[in-house]
Design a protein around this ligand. Structure first.
Ligand SMILES: NC(=O)c1ccc[n+]([C@@H]2O[C@H](COP(=O)([O-])OP(=O)(O)OC[C@H]3O[C@@H](n4cnc5c(N)ncnc54)[C@H](OP(=O)(O)O)[C@@H]3O)[C@@H](O)[C@H]2O)c1
Length: 284
């Protein structure tokens, strides 16, 4: 499947999502000056090309370069009603969620965000209890949804832990963004079955993966252990996540038109999808 439905707005979106960290953050995953005019221009061209190639899911955050990623997306996606635009609010902004969202909306040039996510990092059970409890972030998110500043609410997590289980089980959220890739497979263990992808799907959450091609870690490791190996592992890493039937959207952090061109080619190549549960097959 090339597309999926985003239930909160009943929109059809691409299963490849444009991850906005790399265009906003200086020196994220490697040396890069996000504010340099040439890089801003290249990022704008990459965003435009993504639209041309049919990418309709975009993920950003105020934390990606103090709003720079949001500004770039706001400019590139201005007037596009056919895309789903997701942003975030930091856990550290818990007392000023509305102010954070209003600033995001100005940078995104919109009246409403499609999906507002708690920018989680690592959410332990204590942090989650504070989010879900009286006066917590959830109350504020729900109010923003009622007021129309966002159409859906979600959370993001690097971990697959009890905190995430509690957020899923609360039944309050529309979407979960979780770190899942060839290296980080705990969210999906199909033999038992076990993991937050199963739990979230059962509860009807829209599932987005972050760090889909491992934030380049697998590739860097291969270059260390096999310096003469010129094989491009990234397509296989993206295919691995897109092959998972429980994943709605796989985010890839794209910076350049070349990144978009190669990622979009992988997304469109459905012959490259694999049977992920079969990989876990046991013979004992
Ligand atoms: N909510 C959160 O807390 C959180 C955390 C992390 C990420 N995210 C989201 O997930 C998105 C994706 O994760 P990510 O940006 O960390 O990294 P990623 O997409 O997993 O990996 C990007 C890295 O992959 C390598 N790469 C090789 N070929 C590529 C290609 N064709 N296109 C893009 N990258 C290629 C590059 O490394 P080399 O230059 O070394 O080849 C690049 O730095 C983010 O942009 C963000 O939207 C969210």
């Amino acid at each position: 499947m090339l597309t999926t439905e985003f239930p909160p707005t009943a929109q059809t979106v691409s299963r490849l999502g444009f991850g906005g960290a790399a265009i906003g953050l200086t020196n994220y995953l490697g040396q890069y000056d996000a504010a340099a005019a040439t890089n801003r221009d290249a990022a704008m061209r990459a965003l435009q090309l993504a639209l041309d190639r049919g990418v309709t899911y975009f993920d950003t955050a105020p934390g990606y370069g103090k709003g720079l990623s949001e500004e770039l997306m706001g400019e590139a996606l201005a007037g596009r009603t056919d895309v789903v635009l997701a942003t975030k609010v930091k856990l550290s902004s818990a007392r000023e969620v509305r102010a954070s969202v209003e600033a995001s909306l100005r940078r995104l040039r919109r009246d409403s965000i499609d999906l507002l996510q708690i920018h989680g990092g690592s959410l332990d059970t204590e942090a989650v209890a504070a989010i879900l409890g009286r006066g917590g972030m959830l109350e504020q998110l729900l109010r923003l949804r009622v007021d129309g500043l966002t159409k859906a609410i979600g959370f993001t997590s690097e971990d697959n832990n009890r905190g995430v289980d509690d957020l899923i089980d609360s039944g309050a959220f529309d979407a979960m963004q979780i770190a899942y890739n060839l290296l980080l497979q705990h969210p999906y263990e199909p033999t038992r079955p076990f993991g937050s992808l199963f739990r979230a799907k059962e509860k009807g959450l829209f599932i987005v993966t972050m760090r889909t091609p491992t934030s380049g870690i697998f590739q860097k490791w291969m270059r260390l252990v096999r310096p003469d190996d010129t094989f491009d592992y990234t397509p296989a890493l993206i295919q691995f996540v897109l092959s998972n039937p429980l994943v709605d959207v796989a985010l890839v952090g794209m910076r350049t038109s070349a990144d978009v061109e190669s990622s979009a080619a992988v997304w469109r190549d459905e012959t490259g999808r694999i049977d992920v549960p079969a990989l876990w097959g046991r013979y004992v």
